[in-house]
Design a protein around this ligand. Structure first.
Ligand SMILES: *Cc1c(COP(=O)(O)O)cnc(C)c1O
Length: 413
């Protein structure tokens, strides 16, 4: 930071302020994590200077011998990590990975089914303002009102009627194991392809703690920056050679120009970290912590969507217990340095920008060493804040407690 400090003090101050924020807050946004200093170093490297349109050994520019090695390392490690035959590591983000995957297997206006966006689906699963909803005809499937888990029987019935070309499994706010064999069976029964977007759960899959979609789906996409704990980016995988060939053409030159070689190098570093036994231990703690977190809220009488969690996140219905909307809860928790996001719960009575719930994830603070007891404590503080929204003394006490706990679990930067 010292060079930046000299040449652009204004920006150095901003970045330092963000680092201080990250250090001093309890980060519960389920899609965030803290990368290792090694990943950060690779991403901040001179590879950012290099143009490398194309793929290893098939580039449009000279001087690619070393970035070729970086991309090959990323590809080989990724294949090993998810036990898959063909990969593309160039997608700039999860959304670009999905655009690549859709274009590799669909034609414009084809029919697709994805989880309803207000029940955990992602923007790229058919939001009317997103390219996915514009380019394809999406129909949502839903969770059951009683179990709050995916209603596979209804999905089967709706798929028979709608006859989609593709079914998308995967979510941004779904706390349970996804039943890939069932998705496969439903897709097969209507002659549809199956795509899994494992953006949120890729780290759990890598650690063998969630079924591996590469064993079931025709095409699999992911981000690299959520539970997988790599740099911000996307990946696409498949076991079908024809899909792989189309995919490579779709990503470049179809939808992207030069790949972000510094990010691809950082992806490779993250994949090698994810192949280590310590990563499995980390992901086990992520899930244990999430279960303890959910359990503590259940004990205090909260409605936790679907009654708990199998993965790294939980959805907490705050409105029914505290009378506060998700939006108010998010703002209030922000005031005590606990960061999370408002989130709709299934069949929410509130609009998405207000919402009845908040989404809470354990990956980031587990990286900082939080254990189950720490999350139980944080659950108590969240309840205390939400139950005393006007009590400045109580909020101040929580702020002090957050400071002590975050000081005890420093970031390595
Ligand atoms: C986060 C996410 C994405 C998109 O990732 P970006 O990198 O933000 O574009 C796609 N699908 C799902 C399910 C996600 O959770």
């Amino acid at each position: 930071m010292s060079v930046l400090n000299q040449v652009d003090r204004e920006m150095a101050v901003v970045i330092q302020a963000e680092l201080d924020r990250q250090k001093s807050h309890i980060e519960l946004i389920a899609s965030e994590n803290f990368v290792s200093p090694a990943v950060l170093e690779a991403q901040g490297s001179v590879l950012t200077n290099k143009y490398a349109e194309g793929y290893p050994k098939k580039r449009y520019y000279g001087g690619c011998e070393f970035v070729d090695q970086a991309e090959e390392l990323a590809r080989e490690r990724l294949k090993k990590l998810f036990n898959v035959q063909f990969v593309n590591v160039q997608a700039h983000s999860g959304s670009q990975a999905n655009m690549g995957a859709y274009r590799a297997v669909l034609n414009a206006k084809d029919r697709v089914m994805g989880l309803a966006l207000d029940q955990g689906g992602h923007l790229t699963h058919g939001h009317p303002l997103n390219f996915s909803g514009i380019d394809y005809e999406f129909r949502p499937y839903f969770v059951s009102k009683t179990t709050e888990t995916i209603d596979y029987d209804q999905l089967q019935a709706d798929a028979l009627e709608f006859r989609p070309r593709l079914i998308v499994a995967g979510a941004s706010a779904y706390p349970r194991i996804l039943d890939f064999p069932r998705f496969r069976q439903i897709a097969d029964s209507v002659g549809a392809l199956l795509m899994v977007d494992m953006a949120h759960i890729a780290g759990l899959v890598a650690a063998g703690l969630h079924p591996n979609p590469c064993d079931y789906a025709d095409i699999v996409t992911s981000t690299t920056h959520k539970t997988l704990r790599g740099p911000r980016g996307g990946i696409v995988m498949t076991n079908h050679q024809e899909i792989a060939e189309r995919l490579d053409k779709v990503v470049f030159p179809g939808i992207q120009g030069g790949p972000l070689m510094h990010v691809i190098a950082a992806k490779a570093v993250a994949f090698s970290e994810a192949l280590k036994p310590e990563f499995k231990e980390y992901q086990k703690r992520v899930i244990d912590n999430s279960k303890a977190f959910a359990d503590e809220f259940l004990k205090m009488g909260y409605h936790v969507v679907s009654g708990g969690t199998d993965n790294h996140l939980l959805l907490l219905d705050v409105l029914s217990k505290t009378g506060l909307t998700g939006k108010k809860a998010e703002n209030l928790l922000d005031r005590v340095n606990i960061t999370c996001n408002k989130n709709t719960i299934p069949y929410d009575t509130q609009k998405p920008f207000i919402a009845s719930g908040i989404r809470l994830g354990t990956p980031a603070m587990t990286t900082r060493g939080f254990m189950a007891d720490d999350f139980r404590l944080v659950a108590r503080w969240i309840d205390k804040a939400l139950s005393h929204p006007e009590d400045e003394a109580a909020l101040d006490e929580i702020r002090q407690a957050v400071k002590r706990l975050t000081d005890d679990h420093p970031l390595p930067y």
